[in-house]
Write a protein that binds this ligand. Sequence first.
Ligand SMILES: [Zn+2]
Length: 326
Amino acid sequence: MNGAASIRRKMSRNPAPGAPRHAYSGSLLERAAGKRNDEAGLAALAESNRAGYYVIGGESVVLKINGEKLDPLFSVAEAGAFGRSRETVFLGLRNDEPRFGRGLDADAVEPLKARKDLKLIDLRSIALQGAVAAEHVPPLAEAKAILGWHARHQFCPNCGARTVPVQGGWRRDCPACKAEHFPRTDPVVIMLAIAGERCVLGRSPRFPPTMWSCLAGFAEPGESIEEAVRREVQEEVGLTCGRVKYFASQPWPFPSSLMIGCHAQAQTETIVIDESEIEDARWFDREELKLMLARQHPEGFTTPPPIAIAHHIVRDFVDNGCKVLE
Ligand SMILES: [Zn+2]
């Protein structure tokens, strides 16, 4: 491969910010973290008529029915009228317009389901169906992840006292022991183990009946990404891996994961399934994967949809073969 082709291939595997191939990343918001310290300034932004609110209660995102379209942004007055809210988080600026996430209590969400001017829908379905304009999907993911963190971290893990949100919602402080708590992101490795023209896909019992996907699991404390990849592959399918190559990552706000996509060089062949984790796993060759991506597999097997990074990890191997490990 000549130099220019090599650069083109690398660029196509690493798209510019703002050109997401999978859902939830590529936000157009400027996070404007410098404003989080300015309590009075943020309060003024939150009340301004330029402010837009994404409203979320648990797994439900609240959307406004606007003729044929669904609009995820509410004014401060509209967001305030939804009943008892939990935290409000400053998400950032979109062309100087402030964007906030507003979390609703579970008992405030229920009555909204009956309203004809609103639609309540989960964030996976929003991405799968393209239910809102694409630019809103990453900030909705940001809002869901951080509001979910607030919902689960009301009390200090150090001393048990109730904590208070500060910094526009990007920290919780404990008034009793003075501990500062920051939002969590949980790293998950998701990988394709490859040997020559073949790779391993598995099936979770939670999957739709025809779907096969990459193996995945949480990175553990004290582990590098490469070590987590090798351990997970070993545990789930009994294969030993050598080289691990990072591919791309994807925020996955269910509730607060970061999917770290990799390809890994399998050094052994015999699959031994851990049945407590997955229901099946086997080798697939590139030609078979191509049919699965195109939804033309003779047995109806499929891969995850393009909203998920797993789709792109598989596609990269179909397109580039073992070069993905270079
Ligand atoms: Zn404390």
